[in-house]
Write a protein that binds this ligand. Structure first.
Ligand SMILES: Cc1ncc(COP(=O)(O)O)c(C=O)c1O
Length: 413
């Protein structure tokens, strides 16, 4: 059987995608404009929130969201406080916390979902007497939803804010709502291979008007203008009118786009990315369903190895980022050997990130503090990996994956 490389993800740039790019080129508008606004509106509708604000990446979205919480009239989250988060995730979650001057604190995960649990969060808060925590930032890894009802309840009891990292869960449904609509604010990433992809791009979703306003300002260097579309030229700009009243002599000289009342970043995105994202969002139903079918098919084909490998659990409520596997019996086969053999046979793999405070060099300053404290995250960080289940994989390719596992693992049994 001859098959192409079985990639972790794929982005097919067909006619629709090419046409979308050409339209942006023809419009002459490259920086944020109507396509960005359209994506924001469609994404808010898709997730079920009042607002969605696009940023240049998911990392940027987390940084804007956390910065907005510092400036927020109601929450006024203090810099330097602790943010409870997951040790098993792409490193960006922790990096964004550190880069906005907060301290990540880690609780252990559940081995089945790879997510932090309400029980571990509660235990941490009780043991540490709340210990200067301000935010709980759980990650819906691989598309699996965290138990948000319980997490929100704990947050409320301790006066904390919840901020979901839904970068890997585009369309997962939890208790009738989509992830990204289950807390005060959430972030998404549209990086390549995510279910809805745009190359690079991120978003914040929220129902909170003040967070919406602040994120729009923070992503544009803290400018005073927070209009969705700049209306300065039409004379309808609210900031302009306010300034006219306060400062009638100086109106001509005031431009809210170049007047800044807080310190922010440039995390804007481009029209191309939003236009590409829109082509994918139109196919969201198909993408999610095809990935679910592929997970189901791979699970059936690999069932005989379910004592050696923990297969992903199936649910038609989960929007799968990929097909994660945990080696239950590393003495039978190590992750390194299994990954090497799969790669040799053209099945692309990725490690499931590594436990941040104990296994990621950038966070080695936390190693001592967390040694032997996160046994599940340590285990998963050493023994879990993922392969693709994306929407372009066809039956013959899935059959090839199953056959390849049989060849590799059959020899060891
Ligand atoms: C859980 C999680 N958070 C944050 C990010 C950061 O997103 P980006 O790569 O778009 O900056 C990612 C990226 O994949 C992610 O998986």
């Amino acid at each position: 059987m001859i098959v192409n490389k079985i990639q972790v993800g794929d982005f097919k740039l067909g006619k629709e995608e090419r046409d979308a790019i050409i339209k942006v080129l023809d419009s002459g508008r490259l920086s944020e404009g109507p396509k960005v606004r359209e994506f924001e509106e469609e994404w808010a509708k898709f997730i079920g929130t009042k607002h969605s604000i696009l940023t240049s990446s998911g990392t940027a979205a987390i940084m804007c969201g956390l910065s907005a919480l510092k400036y927020h009239n109601k929450y006024k989250i203090k810099e330097g406080t602790n943010i409870i988060t997951s040790p098993i995730t792409y490193i960006a979650t922790s990096n964004a916390i550190v880069l906005t001057n907060f301290k990540p604190v880690y609780v252990d995960i559940d081995r089945k979902t790879f997510n932090i649990t309400p029980e571990n969060i509660k235990e941490y808060l009780e043991k540490n007497n709340n210990s200067d925590c301000s935010v709980i930032l759980p990650v819906h890894l691989m598309g699996y939803p965290c138990d948000m009802n319980k997490i929100n309840k704990i947050a409320k009891q301790h006066g904390l804010v919840t901020f979901e990292d839904s970068a890997q869960a585009h369309g997962t449904i939890y208790e009738g709502k989509k992830t990204g609509a289950l807390s005060l604010l959430s972030d998404f990433s549209f990086y390549i291979a995510h279910n809805i992809q745009a190359g690079e791009m991120g978003a914040i979703t929220t129902d909170d008007d003040e967070i919406n306003r602040l994120v729009r300002k923070i992503k544009t260097n803290g400018r005073m203008c927070d209009c969705k579309i700049c209306v300065r030229a039409t004379g309808q700009c609210v900031k302009l009118k306010k300034h006219e009243k306060e400062n009638p002599k100086n109106v001509e000289d005031f431009d809210p786009r170049f007047s800044h009342d807080l310190i922010g970043y440039n995390f804007k995105t481009m029209e191309f990315q939003a236009a590409l994202g829109l082509t994918q969002l139109k196919k969201a139903g198909w993408i999610i369903k095809k990935r679910q079918e592929n997970v189901k098919y791979l699970n059936e084909g690999l069932e005989e190895f379910s004592d050696i490998l923990q297969l992903p659990f199936y649910s038609n409520k989960i929007s799968y980022l990929a097909y994660p596997l945990l080696i239950n019996k590393p003495n039978t086969i190590s992750r390194k050997n299994l990954r090497t053999e799969l790669e040799k046979k053209n099945v692309e793999t990725r490690p499931l990130f590594g436990c941040i405070p104990t296994q990621q060099k950038a966070y080695s300053y936390l190693k001592k503090e967390y040694e032997n404290k996160l046994p599940n995250a340590d285990y998963v960080g050493q023994n879990a990996f993922y392969i693709g289940c994306h929407q372009y994989l066809e039956r013959n390719e899935l059959d090839y994956v199953i056959k390849t596992f049989k060849e590799i693992l059959g020899k060891r049994l």
